[in-house]
Design a protein around this ligand. Structure first.
Ligand code: HEM
Length: 313
């Protein structure tokens, strides 16, 4: 919701935590979390993959990065889910505002703790950061923590859950990934394209813009429907076919331009490692019932993903 030059200055600050090297260094930790979560249900022979795996992997990773203590993670997760699940069309603005306010309050407390004692986390780094010699305002600090926790939680959860469902619907493609895990990164791109976790985001035009022969006047709020662009037959042959071997040159699941997803490398790491670990332990699984979609304007998300498989040690 911010334009340059302030957007660039703030984005550059936090980009330091998302450099290729920093993200690569996180791989062993992401893998350890994924294994620990799978240990929790592998021997049982059934689980809700969304509740027990997809929901926790991103939240633990981003929580540890920002510096959310483990015992407060669940509260953040619940608030994020309430916000994403709330529909702006319902006319009940409080359904979004109340959990958002709770996230701000919780971060205000954590930032106070960090002011007293720094740790090796993003909150401490942001408190020490300077733009033109000035530290960040409380509003900017809270805004950062808020956007990172909200952007970092739910979208990646849905990528993992939606992808797992796609692989249940297409067992032959799942077997290809089991046999050749080097195909997983491209499969993740196809999952992003086919069931884009972030379906739509708003923009306001600052000047008249022509789009396919239609002129949108200045000052107009428009919705960018990334998910529709990702099924555009001018860009993707047979776009409604899920194909992990598709040659995906570009999709819009992570946006485009100056606001392109800051967490792109992180979510790609989480999804690759998540599917590597899941398919190595549970190569064959079936849906217990067809999962139901959540009713949401912007999130492509299931309510749950119950699966059954042969128990493994
Ligand atoms: C599958 C997972 C994800 C999806 C589908 C996704 C999608 C997107 C999209 C579409 C945008 C563009 C917003 C716009 O143009 O208005 C965006 C921006 C952003 N994403 Fe992600 N994202 C994901 C994961 C993450 C993660 C893990 C983080 C990191 C914590 C993150 C942080 C951000 C931030 C900070 C922005 C705003 C960047 C800016 O305005 O400069 N995202 N994301």
């Amino acid at each position: 919701m911010m334009d340059p030059p302030r957007h660039d200055a703030l984005r550059n600050l936090v980009s330091m935590a998302f450099t290729p090297r920093r993200i690569q260094e996180m791989e062993p930790r992401v893998r350890a979390i994924a294994r620990e979560l799978i240990d929790g249900f592998a021997g049982r022979g059934h689980c809700d993959l969304l509740d027990e795996f997809a929901r926790h992997l991103p939240s633990r990773v981003i929580g540890e990065m920002i510096g959310v203590p483990p015992e407060r993670r669940e509260a953040f997760l619940e608030c994020t889910e309430q916000m994403i699940g709330a529909s702006p069309e319902s006319g009940n603005a409080g359904a979004i505002a109340a959990p958002a306010a709770k996230i701000y309050q919780e971060f205000a407390k954590l930032l106070d703790e960090r002011r007293r004692e720094r740790r090796d986390d993003l909150m401490s780094a942001l408190l020490d950061a300077r733009i033109d010699g000035e530290s960040l305002s409380q509003e900017d600090l809270l805004g950062f923590c808020f956007v990172l926790i909200v952007a970092g939680n739910d979208t990646t959860t849905n990528l993992l859950a939606n992808g797992a469902v796609m692989l249940a619907h297409h067992p032959e493609q799942r077997r290809m990934l089991v046999e050749d895990p080097s195909l997983i990164p491209n499969a993740v791109e196809e999952m992003l394209r086919y069931e884009s976790p972030a379906q739509v985001l708003p923009r306001r035009t600052t000047e008249p813009v022509e789009i396919h022969g239609v002129t949108v006047p200045a000052g107009q709020e428009i919705k960018l429907i990334w998910a529709a662009a990702n099924r555009d037959e001018r860009e993707f042959a047979d776009p409604d076919r899920f194909d992990i071997r598709r040659d995906i040159r570009r999709h819009l699941a992570l946006g485009i331009g100056i606001h392109f997803c800051l967490g792109a490398k992180l979510l790609r790491l989480e999804a690759r490692v998540g599917f590597e670990e899941l398919l190595a332990r549970i190569p064959e699984y079936k849906l217990e019932s067809e999962p139901r979609w959540l009713h949401s304007t912007w999130a492509r998300a299931y309510r749950g993903v119950p699966i059954r498989f042969d128990p493994v040690g």
